[in-house]
Design a binder for this molecule. Structure first.
Ligand code: HEC
Length: 118
């Protein structure tokens, strides 16, 4: 190997190392501070609640709770306490069937988190 090719090879190696180091430090900076565990757990519950909603509630309350046969569910959290909403879902009302027999406690809780997010 001539001196020139040796020199070029060393330069290339140094350059590649610098790029790798830069990318590694950037990656570690990006992964710093993961979102708080509580927040991502809530997002997961809301996503599951949406699936439950789409199966049992969407036909009457519309896509994302905009309303239809049943009233809009937007801003529910400001109108009712959690217990009132849960009671309505479990036991129904005049024209709304109750879902107590169809939903597990987990599904019920996740559904509550979803409808409160609307
Ligand atoms: C067969 C249609 C129907 C289905 C299915 C249905 N609802 Fe309802 N819902 C209604 C109607 C109609 C009302 C208005 C009260 C009444 O007339 O009984 C209502 C009222 C409500 C209310 C009270 C809203 C308010 O502002 O008073 C909530 C909360 C609610 N429904 C949630 C749900 C959820 C969550 C599901 C799914 C588990 C669901 N509903 C499934 C028809 C339905």
């Amino acid at each position: 190997m001539t001196r020139i090719t040796q020199g070029v090879a060393i330069l290339v190696l140094v350059g590649m190392t610098a790029v790798l180091l830069w990318r590694a430090s950037r990656a570690s900076r990006l992964s710093e501070g993961p979102p708080p565990a509580g927040a991502s757990a809530l997002v997961a519950r809301i996503q599951h609640g949406e699936q439950v909603y789409n199966v049992h509630c969407r036909t009457c309350h519309g896509v994302e709770g905009v309303g239809g046969f049943g009233p809009s569910l937007a801003g529910l959290e400001r109108k009712f306490a959690d217990e009132v909403i849960l009671d309505r879902i479990r036991f129904g009302a005049a024209r709304m069937p109750g879902f107590d027999a169809h939903l597990s406690p987990e599904e019920l809780g996740d559904l509550l988190a979803y409808v409160k997010s609307l």
